[in-house]
Design a protein. Sequence first.
Length: 115
Amino acid sequence: MSEKSYSRKSPASELKSALSESGDSITSALVQSFGIGVRQLREAQGWSQERLAENSNLNRSYIGEIERGCAIASLVTVEKLASALKLTPSALVTRGEAISQMNLVRGIKLMAIAC
């Protein structure tokens, strides 16, 4: 009979893992909503992703990843995007939060209708 080896995680590691798992859906919803907000604002300006990339000094493919929610924008990136879109960084993030909140409310309403 072979012995099984068990690795014991530290309490801090377990806590970090639990927080990461519980926050993933919230984080991904905000990342998705932030990207939607960036795309809406870009399109409202009549800009292509390439033009936003030029005005914000970012790579066009990175803009696409942000808009699709595949990339998490750093604070520096948020500042560059906001500046290009003539907003404050907080206004840009707040727009993403508002979209996330609207989607949450919409989802709750749809669940209530289904019941």
